[in-house]
Design a protein around this ligand. Structure first.
Ligand SMILES: [Fe+2]
Length: 263
């Protein structure tokens, strides 16, 4: 995957100088997304938003986010270039640091951006990083990913994709979203929870490991967790063993045309 964006670097005081236009983009995204998630996001995500209290009219500084995150789970976000090698990504997770690219989408890409920008990283992931189930999952996942080969890592990442990025949750009021991929996308928030278009199946790590995905389309299939605390329990399974099993059983037939790529 190529990028046309460049991360902005903090100055000597640790502050990123966002332009007026960039702050306006954040404001617009935050306003409309927060309206969209009220009836579609999991209650944990909504509570996480309350806990984090993103600034409305400007892009939050990572230093202020970290001051809040530390109180809940000891995690921090770390400013990184737009795209980083997989090994670096997992090393950061294993050390309770969430990599965040510090650029924000252009107004032309307000509705859809393929690359994870700071709105995706902050809005999509930081609220749930205040919960230990989510934060611990990330940390352990990073450690397991580092212990296997780069090729196996790509397959293992499907677990991350179908939970952290595009996970749904069963609730008494129907399915709700907790994945940062859909919760930072106005269209996919609605599509994933309400549309009759995608398939929704019970989460099973072995099935997720056998499911190819594309990064550049609304997901045709979502896996639904029974409860938020089940996220961390995924790691009770022997993931390395499951990975081998998934390779032996082979991939499911993709629900999309073959163009596109997995990360
Ligand atoms: Fe993400």
């Amino acid at each position: 995957m190529k990028t046309t964006y460049v991360s902005k670097q903090p100055n000597a005081a640790g502050v990123i100088d966002w332009t007026r236009a960039e702050n306006q983009t954040w404001n617009t995204l935050l306003t409309r997304q927060t309206a969209a998630v009220q009836t579609r996001a999991s209650s944990e995500f909504l509570e996480g938003l309350e806990r984090i209290q993103f600034s409305q009219d400007r892009v939050p500084q990572h230093t202020e986010i970290n001051a809040r995150l530390r109180d809940f789970t000891g995690w921090e976000v770390e400013i990184v270039p737009a795209l980083i090698p997989a090994k670096e990504f997992f090393t950061l997770l294993a050390n309770k640091k969430f990599p965040a690219a510090s650029f924000i989408r252009t107004p032309e890409e307000l509705d859809y951006i393929q690359e994870p920008d700071i709105f995706h990283e902050f809005y999509g992931h930081v609220p749930l990083l205040t919960f230990s189930e989510y934060a611990n999952f990330m940390e352990e996942f990073g450690k397991i990913a580092l212990s296997i080969s780069p090729k196996d890592r790509r397959r293992l990442f499907r677990l991350f994709w179908f939970t952290i990025e595009f996970g749904l949750l069963k609730t008494a009021s129907g399915v709700r979203a907790y994945g940062g991929g859909m919760l930072s996308s106005i269209h996919e928030t609605v599509w994933s929870v309400e549309s009759a278009g995608p398939k929704r199946e019970d989460f099973d790590p072995l099935k997720a490991l056998r499911t190819p995905y594309r990064i550049d389309i609304p997901q045709p299939l979502y896996y639904v967790l029974d409860s938020f605390s089940d996220l961390y329990r995924i790691l009770d399974r022997n993931l390395v063993h499951l990975l081998e099993e998934s390779k032996e059983l082979g991939d499911f037939e993709p629900l999309f045309s073959p163009a596109g790529e997995e990360l």
